[in-house]
Design a protein around this ligand. Structure first.
Ligand code: SAM
Length: 409
């Protein structure tokens, strides 16, 4: 790839592209970079690059002519090298917001030319004549386009083959898959009284991946709800895992089935509540207590189903035909990762076929379930309850019970 930067400060840009990871990659010819001085293309005696704006107003505006001539020269050099015509990007505060998707897109071009404005900006006519797009690196105003062009150059060049030691290096980072990255830790194990999360020391890569995925989804949902929404929408679970031989769903009817359902319910709720409820509340989650709760819900129109694999019960779900609600969707920890939750949710929704928009609730801390629901077409429909340790003796941390509503995908 070839990157050209058209600027009033070529030395500044060039020194950045010569340092650290990009500098080493440039020295190895993994990409080509050229920084051009706009002033060298002026045709007036004073080598003036700017003038007062037509119509008045403060500041100065860069002339179209030197920038146009510089861009023609870059085009000529690219043609001489047998390259495609460069894709021309003007860095402007009014441009399209820049993100990793744009970086991936720009990284596909053989040549990209980045034009930096200064003072009040650039004569609009040269942008119209040469610009393929305008990019803004954020909702703030810089004194010049140099930092913006370097931000774009850096994010694009690091995607070029060989620039980073491993391709995985960028594929696991924030934004690559639409989510923010999980937190990172290095030695020592305990720093100023703060320990590294113990799961990272287990050496169990399945557990570590699960923890990192959960951290990544939680961070994104809390810090960047816009990204999280987009991720859910662009990663739909449209294909459900297939039902396997030996797998079935049974209505809870017999005493034995009620016992099993009560055990799964107690385990499942304990798991969901363990980080957000007080030990006092967790102690109440006995199978006996849960059995009573299920029985009383049954009186109110709820029906419960057990999922079994080879006669071993490993999941449960409840549906209420009176209200169109789904609840108590639990999969035992040993059976997770086999798609049982999504199959049971689909099963329960279809049981409520008379409701176009069935509902369910989920704690906002249960990111595994939230992600599953969102990806299966369930959308936020308000807050059902708030658990605040300040006024709720069962709550250990502040959390919300979110209501979700099924919207056909
Ligand atoms: N008058 C312009 C406006 O209000 O949009 C701002 C001009 S700014 C002071 C000077 C130059 O900095 C711009 O021409 C542009 O190249 C660059 N610049 C400023 N903010 C930027 C941003 N958020 N993203 C990309 N470039 C920016």
């Amino acid at each position: 790839m070839r990157i050209d930067i058209v600027t009033l400060f070529p030395e500044l840009c060039d020194s950045f592209l010569s340092a650290s990871i990009l500098g080493r990659a440039r020295a190895k010819n993994l990409f080509e970079a050229h920084c051009h001085q706009i002033r060298d293309y002026t045709t007036n005696k004073q080598k003036q690059t700017d003038d007062y704006p037509y119509g008045g107003g403060c500041g100065m505006v860069l002339y179209a002519q030197p920038i146009a001539d510089c861009l023609r020269e870059v085009q000529r050099q690219c043609a001489e090298q047998g390259r495609a015509k460069p894709h021309v990007v003007f860095l402007t505060a009014a441009g399209h917001p820049y993100n990793e998707e744009a970086a991936k897109r720009l990284a596909q071009y053989e040549a990209v030319t980045l034009v930096c404005g200064h003072y009040e900006g650039i004569d609009e006519r040269v942008i119209e004549a040469f610009g393929d797009e305008e990019i803004s690196i954020g909702d703030y105003v810089l004194t010049g386009g140099e930092l913006a062009s370097l931000v774009v150059a850096d994010s694009v060049l690091r995607l070029q083959p060989g620039v980073l030691a491993e391709e995985k290096g960028y594929q696991e980072e924030s934004y690559w898959d639409g989510l923010l990255e999980y937190p990172q830790y290095t030695r020592p194990e305990v720093w100023e009284g703060r320990a590294v999360p113990s799961v990272l020391l287990t050496g169990d890569h399945q557990k570590i991946d699960a923890w990192r995925g959960q951290q990544s989804r939680t961070r994104t949902r809390l810090r960047r709800p816009d990204l999280y929404e987009h991720w859910c929408d662009t990663h739909p679970l449209t294909e459900l895992p297939k039902w396997k031989r030996g797998e079935n769903m049974r209505l809870v009817k017999t005493e034995e089935q009620w016992d099993v359902a009560a055990r799964l319910f107690a385990e499942g709720r304990h798991d969901v509540c363990k980080d957000v409820c007080t030990p006092l509340y967790l102690d109440t989650l006995t199978p006996e207590h849960c059995r009573e709760e299920l029985q009383s819900e049954r009186q109110n129109g709820w029906a419960f189903y057990l999922h079994s694999t080879k006669n071993e019960a490993d999941g449960m779900v409840g549906v209420c035909h009176k209200t169109g609600q789904i609840s108590h969707l639990f999969v035992t920890s040993e059976a997770r990762g086999r798609g049982i939750g999504s199959k049971m949710l689909d099963f329960a929704r279809k049981k409520l076929a008379e409701y176009e928009h069935p509902t369910l609730t989920v704690l906002d801390t249960n990111t595994r379930a939230l992600a599953l629901y969102r990806r299966m077409g369930w959308r936020p429909a308000g807050v059902e309850a708030v658990y605040d340790p300040a006024d709720d003796p069962t709550a250990a941390v502040y959390c919300q019970e979110l209501k979700l509503r099924y919207e056909a995908q």
